[in-house]
Design a protein around this ligand. Structure first.
Ligand SMILES: Cc1cc2nc3c(=O)[nH]c(=O)nc-3n(C[C@H](O)[C@H](O)[C@H](O)COP(=O)(O)O)c2cc1C
Length: 492
């Protein structure tokens, strides 16, 4: 079986395909937003977490058929995340793949006393696939690549799943994903939100008197490098690429850009090199964001003038379909958060933030004393920037199973007194429901069984499923072993 870690986007996609985790589509008409409609339907059919990736070979953009491939839902399905980190046994259920991947990453963290680090290495330009084609100056034309306009209400086409590299002698290197609106053949928007690292870099450079900042944008990097750029594993001042190397178990191979000194992954599909003016701003958006709303047009945003493009021959393009499909692998960040939160909540068993409902966090605890559910919820509300609804359940509830969460709410929870509302806390800037940007209210729902002194009943009967597991431990093993056979028998 082909499994990760992978050196390139292509190796990963080939592995997805050979593991039946990729839908290959000959052509789609994006002038009719067919790929977007397909992505919505895919998620509806499979669910957000389990929908597979898809690859479109040819796509119609502005009345022209353009060769792709264009890839969507690149990180769809727990099996895909298992592949990324080289976890075996993908034939099993997606949930088992997820649990194994979680354990694998937790072990990696424990054995290394933190996430392991391996520094990147620089290779010769002639060995770098991203240098197969070099386009400079007047010849630069990004319009010919199949970047999509995802929603008819978007401001236009977007480069929305690329990894952005900024280097600075004093500040170090920052690696991140920010959407870039395609504005002309050599100009793109640069949407680092306020307080993101690139925004801080650019602001400091400007304060220092610089008039431009060099930036390089790598499209189609290997999945672990992408994940490090899109997550908060590396803190300001740390290098995402050290962690990408450590988690891959081998260094990321980098290559120097043509028009600046920035290093980019040699295996990238397309690299855009350019400069951001620090004294001028432009309009950007609207754009369909991850919360499922059209993020409002911004009157003043950074933009970048493109000086060079280097790319593989017939490059592959990833579109994020933000707000429609999952935009980034999530298990690594969840493991990082879990380890952090567990130092404050020793009886924490599991956490989950459903990718489609960013503001919700479900957590299970092994409760043995009154007050522990609410206490855990308060710590999570404080520590988790994304979470505005924190649902705490007992350890027998699977926090990833929305049915079980609803069941716990409907059968174990009394709204009074097992709830607490926090009127104002730091919140996500993209949350369209918040009257004030960066601010949110929060609710903690303690759906653990409430003990008598917490206002609960004097007796809680035993849980039927737990009784089955305790009194007949062989049952679940028997059913697991025979699971496929039951269906074969019924097909005879
Ligand atoms: C597909 C995708 C698109 C994203 N677009 C943006 C964006 O436009 N602006 C932004 O500030 N963050 C965006 N993010 C989130 C950042 O990549 C993420 O917060 C990252 O940690 C930022 O890096 P930094 O901490 O170095 O600033 C996006 C993430 C993904 C996966």
């Amino acid at each position: 079986m082909t499994t990760g870690p992978f050196d390139s986007l292509r190796d990963y996609i080939h592995a997805l395909e050979s593991n039946d985790r990729l839908i290959r589509i000959k052509q789609m008409d994006q002038d009719k937003f067919e790929a977007t409609g397909f992505a919505y339907r895919l998620v509806k059919e499979y669910g957000y977490d389990l929908a597979p990736a898809f690859l479109i070979e040819k796509i119609k953009i502005n009345n022209q058929w353009v060769n792709g491939p264009v890839i969507g839902n690149l990180f769809g399905g727990w099996n895909a995340e298992a592949l990324i980190y080289g976890v075996e046994n993908l034939g099993e259920s997606q949930q088992i793949s997820r649990i194994k991947t979680f354990k694998h990453l937790k072990k990696l963290h424990k054995e290394n006393n933190g996430w392991p680090k391996i520094s990147p290495v620089t290779i010769e330009n002639q060995n770098a696939p991203c240098k197969e084609n070099i386009v400079l100056g007047e010849d630069v034309d990004i319009l010919k690549f199949p970047w999509l306009q995802t929603n008819p209400a978007d401001a236009g086409r977007y480069i929305n799943a690329a990894t952005i590299f900024i280097e600075d002698e004093e500040l170090g290197r920052n690696v991140a994903t920010y959407r870039c609106q395609v504005k002309s053949k050599n100009k793109i928007g640069f949407n680092a939100e306020i307080k993101q690292n690139a925004w801080s870099f650019l602001t400091k450079m400007k304060e220092r008197g610089q008039t431009t900042a060099s930036v390089s944008i790598a499209n189609g990097v290997d999945p672990i490098t992408f994940t490090l750029g899109a997550s908060k594993i590396a803190k300001l001042g740390e290098d995402e690429l050290d962690y990408a190397g450590g988690i891959r178990g081998k260094p990321v191979e980098m290559v120097k850009c043509e028009t600046n000194n920035i290093l980019v992954p040699a295996e990238s599909e397309i690299v855009l090199e350019g400069e951001i003016p620090l004294d001028k701003m432009e309009e950007e958006g609207p754009y369909g964001e991850m919360y499922g709303f059209m993020g409002l047009k911004k009157n003043e945003n950074f933009y970048m003038e493109i000086k060079a493009i280097t790319h593989r021959t017939n490059p592959w393009v990833v579109n994020s379909f933000a707000g429609v499909t999952k935009i980034s692998p999530s298990i690594l960040q969840t493991v990082g958060n879990f380890i952090d939160y567990k130092t404050f909540i020793p009886n924490l068993v599991d956490i989950y933030r459903p990718a489609e409902s960013t503001g919700v966090l479900t957590a299970s605890i092994k409760k043995d004393k009154s007050g522990q559910g609410m206490e855990a919820g308060k710590i999570l509300a404080e520590k988790d920037f994304f979470a505005k609804m924190i649902i705490v359940v007992d350890e027998d509830v699977d926090v990833y199973d929305k049915g079980e969460i609803f069941q716990a709410l409907g059968t174990r929870w009394q709204p009074y007194p097992a709830v607490e509302i926090i009127e104002k806390m730091r919140g996500m800037p993209l949350d369209a429901s918040a009257p004030e940007r960066f601010s949110t209210s929060k609710i903690i729902i303690d759906a653990t069984r409430q003990l008598k002194d917490e206002g609960g009943p004097s007796i809680w009967p035993d849980i039927s499923k737990v009784m089955l597991e305790e009194m007949s431990p062989e049952t679940s093993k028997l059913v697991d072993e025979n699971w496929l056979k039951y269906f074969e028998d019924s097909n005879d």
